[in-house]
Ligand binder design. Sequence first.
Ligand SMILES: C[S@@+](CC[C@H](N)C(=O)[O-])C[C@H]1O[C@@H](n2cnc3c(N)ncnc32)[C@H](O)[C@@H]1O
Length: 207
Amino acid sequence: MTQGKFTFVGDYNLYSLVLGMIAVGVTDYVETGCRRGDTCNAVAFESIIPVWGCDTNGRAVKIALKQASRQLRLDVARSEAWLPKIVPDLGLLPLFYLDAHGGKVPVREELKIIDGLCGTCVIIIHDFIVPGRPKFTGKPAGGVVCDFNYVARAFGVLANYRFFYPDYDIPQGQHWAGHLLAFRKVEPFGLESGLWVERSDCLNEKR
Ligand SMILES: C[S@@+](CC[C@H](N)C(=O)[O-])C[C@H]1O[C@@H](n2cnc3c(N)ncnc32)[C@H](O)[C@@H]1O
């Protein structure tokens, strides 16, 4: 497994999870905010599925594309405009890694698009606050606190989803970004026991 310091910001549990899910049936890897392609390229190197990505930073995307891989489909675009164009071309079980975080965080718009256009899929929202686990940084951009309350409405019908948080220890001296993992209309799969915990109270959430 190629694991750079920057792939999923060094979180090798998350990287292993993604590769494991690809091994058992994920059809496409889709990353919003791919920047220089550190994570996209690592995933492309370890798999044969299409790897889609977009970023508003044209110079960064140019660098990403230098590491030519036939699977890479990267565009310079705002994720909110790009997702509706590419989702119809995806296979039956895409995995979305939502990491387009700049001055504005388009995660709610991205989720609404995915919820409206996708059947089964897996979604990972990066830089997400993990309740009770402060070592997982939320790194909210533009004053946004990216927690479950912030995104809940964008998922539409919550009963279509199962949600998980990371529940593993972080190596001494490191801080990894937290994430929320959502399985839409598919039984959760690929989760190594003890490393993720289900957010079981989501169906009772006040909306
Ligand atoms: C945290 S960095 C992404 C790191 C990258 N995912 C990786 O693993 O190497 C966030 C990126 O999101 C991009 N970005 C911000 N807003 C965006 C938007 N609306 N659409 C697409 N990309 C966006 C920024 O240009 C920046 O490169």
